[in-house]
Design a protein around this ligand. Sequence first.
Ligand SMILES: N[C@@H](CCC(=O)N[C@@H](CS)C(=O)NCC(=O)O)C(=O)O
Length: 205
Amino acid sequence: MTHYKLTYFDFDGGRGEPIRIAFHAAGIELEDNRLTFAEFGEMRRTTRFNSLPVLEIDGAAVTQSNAIGRYVGKMAGLYPEDDLQALYCDEVVGALEDIYHKVVPTFALQGDELKEAREKLVDGWLTFFLRGLDELLARGGGDYFADNRLTMADLKMFVQTRWLNSGGLEHVPTDLVQRLAPALIEHEKRIANEAVVTAYYAGRA
Ligand SMILES: N[C@@H](CCC(=O)N[C@@H](CS)C(=O)NCC(=O)O)C(=O)O
C-alpha cells in the first residue's frame, strides 16, 4: 500500500488543510505530520522550495499545495472530470492562492505599519477578491463553485473564509466577508456541514 505523509504546520487551516480533508474524503490513510513553526525553522532548508506543505509518496517528496490538492482531489472524487468545470474549479483555487500572496507579506509587519498595510488590503485586494469570488460562486449556481457539487475549490474557499472570519488576522474585520459577499458565509456553513467535512473534523476531535 502506498504510504502518504503530509508535512504541514500544526493548525487546522492554510494550504495544508484542504489536502488533509481530501485525503480523508478519499478514504486514504495519511500520516499527518504537523510541525511547530520552530520545528519548520529547523528543517526549512531541507524542503525543495523552503516551504510547506510537502507530500511524501512512498518517501518521494512533492510540493505545491494546489498541485497536491488536484492530485488528491481526483482520488477523492473532488475534482471535476469535465474540462470546463475543472477550469472553473482551478480559477477559484488560483484566486484563493493570490489572496495568500497578498496577505502573507503583512505577517512580517508590526504596529502602525501592520495596521496601515492591513487596512489597505481590506479596502483593496481583499474587497476585490471577495467580490470576484462571490461572482464565481454565483456562476457555479450559488451552492458550489463548479460541477454542482463539492470540489477542491469549495474546500479551499471554506478554509479561507473561516480564516478571514476568525479574528486571527489583526485589522481585518471579522464581518468583512459578511458585508462584502454574504453568499460566501452561507457557502462556508454549507461546506462545514458536508458529510466528508463533518466526518473529518469528528475524527480530529
Ligand atoms: N506555492 C507554494 C507556497 C508554499 C508556501 O508559501 N507555504 C507557506 C505556508 S502556507 C510556507 O511554508 N511559509 C514559510 C516560509 O516561506 O518560510 C504552495 O502552494 O505550496
